[in-house]
Design a protein around this ligand. Structure first.
Ligand code: MEZ
Length: 598
């Protein structure tokens, strides 16, 4: 088949096709550039766009036709021989058009966070691929303008990360007609990158292992971790609904059977998939599957530019800018803001915390804070915006988060003198401060074979080239550039603490595994921006609170766009709990509100 030959040629070809201006398909501007072998093989407009030649914001026909010709992600992943396999990444099965373009140079979406020198047909230059942020690329004059059309829904949800999906699924299941909007070309938000797990107290998984946890302890530790600046009522809701949140995820098809400990917590409370796999990609796949099963109206490339209100604190809908469809209005009885935080927005971070400007961020490129601004514009109260979390361990000079679960699995933190200097499972603010107090403002994670085997994510860091590996502690020390004798003494002292179940130096409580061979590993780490604790103020019903202190009508919010749940320092594992617990409350309450309003 002609198209099949074209596919093979396209897959084999690493050559970039230079644009040759030509009148292609009767539309000179677009036809001037046609990606890869499409032009050579004389692919007609309708082969990609479908007969109608219209492109909707989800780019549905395009992606269906891409996959029809080239195969799905699974087929493409199977053909990949490189050690980085973009079709089998943590982003999951997304639109082909997130990376591959028909009429402009392609660009690997991965390179918003990584710097992979991936050659894809008709790719832009490497410089182009790694230098710009999403905000720069999408910055357009944001003039207010008139909508070209109006639609309606019961509930509109802004942002298709974890909270957005949970709120949408919950509202849908409670009987509401929901539209879920996402400004980025793929769904998932920061939840997609969540490496750790979900904190939950007194779950059936803990009980199965004979562990007795208590939501009251979760409240205490979350408050202590947040420096007692959290809203205690929100924290109670978080903790007392956490076990139910895990059951909800399992009911959707998630696996939350593995347990690990997070910083600032005295028990193994962080639930994650078996083998220590990252929680985020797993959950987003589960959410996407559940949304598809319900035929939920999920729209990517759909940026909310205004939340509409009657000026008296009642929301009436949103105005959206669709990538292809332009400005339109969705009238809705309820709006749920789940647009996430702003740790990827250099300007905003610099405004609230100048000392953090230009530091690396672990966030996805869309975490730029518009959800807070949109809410504030219609009268929402905003709190704690200057509370920006610095995660202790990002991989060297990269944007790759080295999960806290690596320390939770037993890794120790060692400075450039080869010594431990902090309780590895203290809260993030303290661990980050301890690293930044080192002259080099960086440190190493050091671990052994058993720890590596317990946490499959470490294999991912090996693939990314972030891990140094050696057959002995002395050889590892040489690679790290630290004294072999000092590192050997450090590892020896830690192993003795593990054996005695007592850490006299730093009072680490968990001590799950010793550091033993045959292989030893180290990862160079630096602190980086990870989570923004501030945002829109909500009450325990997930209603947005206005500047007058009253709940706004029909307006709900959940997840990182809100402030108050985590106080001034979030505990690892509590973000996913936040998205599920408050996402469910927001979705259910919005649906109930719509029913009552009808
Ligand atoms: O909740 C988090 O942010 C988390 C557990 C991150 C991580 O280090 O894996």
């Amino acid at each position: 088949m002609k198209l099949k030959n074209m596919v093979n040629a396209l897959l084999l070809s690493a050559a970039l096709l230079i644009a040759v201006p030509t009148a292609w398909g009767g539309e000179p501007a677009k036809g001037a550039f046609l990606a890869g072998m499409h032009k050579k093989n004389k692919v007609a407009c309708a082969d990609c766009h479908g007969k109608s030649l219209t492109v909707d914001d989800n780019e549905t026909a395009l992606n269906k036709n891409c996959k029809g010709c080239h195969g799905g992600f699974k087929d493409l992943a199977a053909k990949n021989k490189g050690h980085i396999n973009p079709h089998a990444s943590h982003l999951g099965d997304t639109n082909c058009t997130a990376c591959h373009k028909g009429h402009v140079a392609s660009k690997a979406y991965c390179n918003y966070c990584h710097s992979f020198a991936m050659k894809i047909p008709a790719m832009g230059s490497e410089k182009e691929s790694s230098d710009k942020t999403w905000v720069q690329e999408t910055a357009r004059e944001k003039k207010e303008a008139k909508s070209a059309r109006t639609e309606s829904a019961d509930v509109v949800v802004i942002g298709a990360g974890g909270s957005g999906y949970v709120a949408s699924i919950s509202a849908h299941d409670a009987g509401a007609k929901v539209i879920l909007l996402e400004k980025m070309p793929i769904t998932g938000g920061n939840s997609m990158l969540a490496a750790g797990g979900i904190n939950a107290a007194r779950t059936r998984y803990q009980e199965r292992l004979g562990m007795h946890d208590d939501p009251a302890e979760m409240v205490k530790e979350t408050m202590k971790g947040g420096r007692e600046k959290n809203d205690p009522e929100l924290v109670k809701v978080l903790a007392y609904n956490s076990a139910d949140a895990v059951d909800f995820l399992v009911s959707l098809g998630a696996d939350m059977t593995d347990l690990v400990r997070s910083g600032g917590v005295a028990v193994d409370r962080t639930h994650r998939p078996v083998g220590g796999a990252a929680v985020g990609p797993h959950l987003i796949k589960v959410y996407r599957d559940n949304a598809a099963k319900r035929n939920l109206d999920v729209r990517v490339n759909s940026e909310v530019v205004q939340i509409l209100s009657d000026g008296q604190g009642r929301v009436t809908g949103v105005q959206v800018r669709g990538k292809h469809s332009g400005l339109y209005t969705i009238k809705a009885k309820a709006v749920i803001d789940t647009a996430g935080g702003f740790a990827a927005n250099n300007e905003l971070v610099g405004f609230y915390k100048p000392q953090f400007k230009e530091t690396a961020s672990s966030n996805q490129p869309g975490a730029t804070g518009e959800g807070v601004a949109l809410a504030e514009k219609i009268g929402a109260k905003v709190i704690d915006m200057e509370q920006i979390q610095i995660h202790p361990t990002m991989g060297g000079e990269t944007k790759v988060l080295i999960s806290e679960t690596v320390r939770g699995s037993g890794a120790i933190l060692v400075n450039h003198a080869g010594k431990r200097f902090v309780n590895e499972l203290t809260t993030r603010d303290k661990a980050s401060a301890a690293i930044l107090a080192q002259p080099e403002k960086s440190a190493f994670l050091v671990l052994g074979e058993e720890i590596r085997k317990s946490n499959v994510q470490i294999d991912g860091y090996i693939v990314l080239g972030l891990v140094q590996e050696a057959d002995s502690v002395a050889a590892l020390a040489a690679k790290m550039g630290v004294s072999a004798d000092v590192l050997a003494a450090t590892v020896d002292a830690y192993n003795k603490a593990f054996a005695a179940k007592k850490d006299p130096e730093f009072q680490r409580q968990d001590l799950p595994r010793a550091i033993n061979g045959p292989k030893y590993y180290s990862i160079w780490v630096k602190p980086g921006r990870h989570h923004t604790m501030g945002g829109v103020k909500i009450n325990t019903e997930a209603q947005v609170i206005g500047k007058d202190g009253k709940a706004m009508t029909g307006f709900y919010a959940a997840g990182e766009v809100t402030g108050g749940v985590h106080g001034w320092n979030r505990l690892g594992g509590n973000a996913i709990t936040d998205t599920v617990v408050f996402g469910r409350i927001a979705g259910n309450n919005a649906a109930r509100f719509v029913k009552e309003a009808k």
